[in-house]
Design a binder for this molecule. Sequence first.
Ligand code: PLP
Length: 460
Amino acid sequence: MQTATARRTVGDTPAGGSVLGFYAPKGTPRPPRVARAEGVFLWDEDGRRYLDATSGAVVTNIGHGNPAVLQAMQAQARKVTFAYPRFFESEDSIALADRVCALAGPGLDRAFFVSGGSEANESALKLARQYAVVSGQPGRWKVISRNPSYHGATLGALTVTGDASAHALYGPMLRAQPKVAAPLSYRVPDGHSVESFEAACAQALEDTIVREGADSVLAFILEPIGGLSTGAVVSSPAYFRAVREICDRHGVLLVFDEIMSGAGRTGRFLAAHHWPEARPDLVTLAKGLAAGYTPLGAVLAPERIVDAVAASGGFVHGHTYFTNPLSCAVANAVLDEVVRQDLVARAQAAGAYLKDRLHALAARSPLVGDVRGLGLLGAIELVADKASRRALPVDFNAPARLTEHGLRHGIALYNRRANRGEFGDFQMVTPPLTASDAELDLLVELLERALADLHDEVRG
Ligand code: PLP
C-alpha cells in the first residue's frame, strides 16, 4: 500500500515547485515526505514507519534524534553558530581536532574541518599538492585513483572518481587523471583468483606510476572499503601492504577516503586500522563524523605536511563554513555518544551478527549472489543467476526497483547506481551502529520481503 505522497510522481508539480525535479527522473514515484525520526526509524507524514537500513547515505551512525546531541546542538547555538576561523578560534573545533587525531592514531596529527565529503577530498588533494610544491617537488600533480570508485560530486573530486557514466557527461570539463582497477572480489577477470587479481591491481598501480613518470605523481587515493562504488569490497592485508610499498618506493602520498568507512562504522575508528601496514598519509572523513546532525567533513594529515605548508605561508585554501563551531560542537557530542555507547565495538559485533543473517538470507533468496563487508559497512550483490554470477539486466535498474519495493514494506534502502551497473548491482546494508539485534532481525525480514517482490518482478 502506498501513501498519498508516494503515489505522486516527480514532475507533477509546477516548475520551481519541487526541489525533486533536480535529482529524480520525471515520472518516477515521489518518495514519502519525512515527518520525524528516532533511533533507527523514520516516519512519513501519514504516520508510516520506515527502518533506516542504510543510515540514509551511510550517515546516521548514532541513529536519529539522540537527546544528548540535540541538547549540545541547542547549547552551542545559544553560544555561537558562526565565527569565521581566520578571525576566531573555537574551543569545540580544537577539542574535536584533538579527539579525532587521538582516535586516528600516530601519523595523523592535525585535522582540518569542512562541510562534507567532496570538500574533504578536494582539500586533501590541494594540501598534498601544496606540500609537494613547498617541499621542492613542483612537478608532482597527478592523482591516481581506482575504477570503480567514488570520491565526490564536485569537479575536482570527479576527476579522481572512477565512474565512466559521470566522465561521459562531465569529461570535457575535467582534467583526465590516471585510473587503475579496484580489486573487486566477486567479479574478478577470467583466469584470476581474488588474490592474483589483487596482486595484478597493485602491480597496475606501480606500472601506472612508472608510465606517467614518478616525478609527476602526487598521490594515490582509494576507499579502503568502497561504498556505492564497489559495494563494500574488503581487500586483503597483502594488497594494502603492496600499495604502501609502491607509494613509498615512488614518493607518492597515499590518501584514504574514509568518508563512508570512517568514524567507527567498520568496527575500528578508521578502516585503515584493520591494516596497520597501510599507514595512509592523509585520511578524509565526513558522514558519520557528525552523523547527519550537521554537515561536517575532515582532512587528517601528518604534522610534517601541515607544518611545511604552514611554514610556507599557510594552506592556500578555505571555505566559508570550514571549522564551523556548531558542526564541531555537534561532532564532539556525537563522539561522546560513540564512546558512551561503545559503538565502535558494537559495529564489530553487530556486523558479525548481521552478516550471519544476510548469509542465511542469501541461501534463501535466488537474487543474492554475495554478502560482504566489515562491521556495519555491508552490502549484498544482486544477480540474475547465482551459478554464473550473471548480473540483472542493466535496463532493469534493480537497485532503484528494490528501493521502491522497500519503501512499500517499511524499509528505507538508499542506493545510487554508479557506473550504470557496469560492475554489477548491489544494495548497501549499513544501519545505524545503535541498531539492536532485534532491529537487525527486522531489517533482514523487511529486506527479504522487498527482495521477494523484486524476484516476482524479475520473473515477470
Ligand atoms: N567519498 C566517498 C567514499 C563517499 O561515499 C562520498 C559520498 O557518498 C563522498 C566521498 C562524497 O561525500 P559528500 O556527498 O558529502 O560530498
